[in-house]
Design a protein around this ligand. Sequence first.
Ligand code: SF4
Length: 446
Amino acid sequence: MLSEKERSKTYFIQTFGCQMNERDSETIAGMLEEEGYTPSEKREDADVVVINTCSVRENADNRFFGQLGVVKKIKEKNPDAIVAVCGCMMQQKRVTDRIHDKYNWVDIIFGTMNIDEFPKMLRERIAEGRQEFHVLDAREQIAEGLPAARRYSFKAFVNIMNGCNNFCTYCIVPYTRGREVSRSPENILSEVRNLAAAGVREITLLGQNVNSYGKAEHLEKDFCGLLYDIAEVDGIERIRFMTSHPKDMPERLIQAFRDCDKLCGHIHLPVQAGSDRILKKMNRHYTKEQYLGILERLREADPDIAVTTDIMVGFPGETEEDFLETLDLVQRARFDSAFTFLYSIREGTPAAKAPDQIPEEIKHDRFDRLVNALNTITAEKNAACVGRTERILIEGRSARGGEGTCTGRTESFKLVNFLCDESRAGQFADVKITEAGTFSLFGELV
Ligand code: SF4
């Protein structure tokens, strides 16, 4: 039984990175709430501060250690506050070595594969007062049955697998999240049924490469089979997934965009580059024409499908001709939107050792040209939505709109702002699109 003092203890989680990390933070929050902690609005007031790190983005080290510097001040003011760090960066020895050397006031360090150990580590830290450090390099099964404090009551991320076997030469993920491990279809379906019973209407299935779901375990059910099973769950009205690797795009999955009513008409399909030579150096296992062929088949299956992507510029050895291939791909693919990145070195990856790194000014010049091309297409695609009526899942108050403005997403994942009572969050509504911006749409309830 917790004492009154323990009952009023609070936590604050700062999350960097992708949806996988966001989902992990929901689990960490759920475990803390089971331990009797409640969320704190402000980091400086919290009794437990967790930083869930990401090593994918540029300058990850600087940003993380910068944050640790800020958190140190909280710890100086309140020496009883407990600081826990976790996530992808903790899977890198050079990072944990640096924490041990220079930030030894950090209380708890755990990795991406042993999140379930956090409550035990926290209890031991409180009881014994010494630093708790445990990071696993590999794990054969994903821990099941963990609680989650989910951000939304009407939409949810469902993790179907962890890790990646692809070893793209620029990417640190296979080293930080380990090899692919899939959850069993039974466990996933049970989670989805529970979510549906709790009022969730939209789920997003998560994995680094969902298309290879179950392959490492030789499961009978592939990703497409799982998708159709989930579509049978009463109450779930929308299904999304991310991310898909273009090299593993089975025809049946393409046809699911035509045949599976609950599958939303949006796919995030990272292309990374348009030059076959660079794609090969990246170890991506497809060519520009193969990628464009997939888009063609997707658009045959669902003419309204929205396609988003990730594109990187300045990969080692990228010439102007290579970059022009990327611009050509962008013009032909006509993405609805794209995340764009400047290549930057990730220590421990093969590309980090490449001798032909691209000078920063060239990278930035290419980046600007790429973003201009993409934004023009996104604006055109958004303008084409004006006049349409879209079914929106209302998410709540819009951060950008004024008083009484809500936000929500179309099936194609486009963000729409419209006047609406906030209390309708979680409901579906028909919204007529009246105006288009580069990054969002505006509409009115019909
Ligand atoms: S598919 Fe490539 S880019 Fe994606 S997580 Fe795996 S290694 Fe990284």
